[in-house]
Design a protein around this ligand. Structure first.
Ligand code: PMP
Length: 436
């Protein structure tokens, strides 16, 4: 356990520091489906870290690849220079995307990927002589990381309200969460595709010629697992095409197998112009994000004046250790048939989740791929308190979950077996029953 001085020194991110430090939860090691605390106690990972460990913890293929990489090339400048693994990984990622995209631009996180994509959009429109297209359309309850661009297009008030007005010229589509119409749907909800048509209203208001891009998570994760209604994303794609507006999918959570397909765009059959990713790209082992681009955007910028085509990048873009982890992760996806396995678990996952229907305060259960959410009725005047209690109890009793307000989000590593699904929902059932 950290001592008082250590607790005081670490200003923890996205954490209620005072509450946490009164009773710290610590993990010290991990393998496969489990974390371990310092006494060796097992904690089932119901969230794949923070949605970022699809292949399970400390996968030996990835561990060995990173060990080898660090002994070979510790760092290479991402500045008029490259190294073999960076090119190799880019080509493999393009293949893994089924060639929906042509290029990959490396960042170090999802937040950086989002800000990168927004900048690419602006540069693209300028390069085409449409520099007046500067307006972004996000969505209520969307989460796009913590950079100024991502916060600005994000629609989670908790993520913004401490920081003022952020970027100007941003508008928001309505979110698609509707308990009255869609509670307890299995898979995608039926109601709400028409909410995409709100884009027409924003086009009328601002004129299409001023709108640069729409950015959405195909499935909102951080807001508490909000699923897109059937056909919603197709309609959004059609409207963007009609008005010359680029479409960005933020697949930081949904990329790399979460829906039992390579990306959510495969699951939904809709291809955006740009796609942001991170997390599962390296199985969470080394920080890395990536923006996937359709060739049209890259090609447009390549036709500009000679010199640096996009004045953007990071010291650690394409870091050798991250590239090694990414290549190893892709190998594991392929060789261990991880997506096929994930797909084979989805029905059992859905049944397990929906077996919690009828437990005290459970007002919705929703799922898609290997994602699940349990929405609880809030305690009067104390939003979030009920789910937080479940979170603390679950951790104490050996299961890691995640909460957003009173929504419990579940996103286990894709390598899980039926016994882990039983363990997770068995424990949650016990805890939720006690709430009665
Ligand atoms: N976009 C989405 C959709 C996310 O879920 C997240 C992180 N949960 C981010 C962006 C930000 O990623 P990072 O924390 O790596 O900056």
């Amino acid at each position: 356990m950290p001592d008082k001085q250590q607790l005081d020194a670490y200003w923890m991110p996205f954490t209620a520091n005072r509450d946490y430090k009164a009773a710290p939860r610590i993990v010290a090691s991990a393998s496969g489906m489990y974390y371990h605390d310092q006494s060796g106690r097992q904690i089932l990972d119901g969230t794949a870290g923070l949605w970022c460990v699809p292949l399970g913890h400390s996968h030996p293929v990835i561990v060995r690849a990173v060990q080898k990489a660090i002994a070979t090339l510790d760092y290479a400048p991402a500045f008029q220079m490259g190294h073999p693994a960076a090119f190799e990984l880019a080509a493999e990622l393009v293949e893994y995307s089924g060639r929906r995209f042509g290029q990959v631009f490396y960042t170090n996180s999802g937040s950086e990927a989002v800000d990168t994509a927004l900048k690419m959009v602006l540069a693209y429109h300028r390069a085409r002589g449409e520099g007046q297209r500067t307006r972004f359309i996000g969505r209520e309850r969307g989460y796009h990381g913590v950079g100024f661009g991502g916060m600005s297009v994000g629609g989670l008030s908790a993520n913004r309200k401490q920081f003022g007005n952020l970027l100007g010229g941003v508008d928001y589509l309505p979110h698609t969460h509707n308990l009255e119409k869609n509670a307890f749907s299995r898979g995608l909800p039926e109601y709400g595709a028409h909410l995409a048509d709100e884009l027409e209203r924003l086009v009328t208001l601002h004129d299409a010629s001023t709108i640069a891009a729409v950015i959405v998570e195909p499935l909102s994760g951080s807001a508490g697992v909000i699923l897109p209604p059937k056909h919603y994303l197709q309609r959004l794609r059609e409207l963007c095409d009609k008005h010359g507006i680029l479409l960005i999918f933020d697949e930081v959570i949904t990329g790399f197998g979460r829906m039992a397909t390579p990306f959510a765009c495969d699951y939904f059959g809709v291809t955006p112009d740009l796609m942001t990713t991170a997390k599962g790209l390296t199985n969470g082992v080394v920080p890395m994000g990536a923006v996937f681009s359709k060739p049209a955007i890259y090609d447009t910028l390549m036709q500009g004046p000679a010199g640096i085509e996009l004045f953007h990048g990071y010291t650690y873009s394409g870091h050798p250790l991250a590239c090694a982890a990414g290549l190893a992760a892709l190998r594991v996806f392929k060789e261990e048939k991880v997506l096929e396995h994930a797909q084979s678990m989805t029905a059992y996952w859905e049944d397990g989740l929906h077996s919690l229907k009828g437990l005290p305060y459970v007002i919705d259960l929703r799922n898609a791929g290997l994602i699940g959410a349990i929405e609880l009725e809030s305690l009067p005047g104390k939003p979030g308190a009920r789910a937080m209690e479940v979170y603390k109890t679950a951790f104490a009793e050996g299961v890691l979950i995640r909460t957003t307000g009173d929504i419990i989000a579940l996103s286990p590593p894709l390598i899980l077996e039926k016994q882990h699904i039983d363990e997770l929902f068995g424990k949650l059932r016990e805890i939720l029953k006690r709430n009665a």
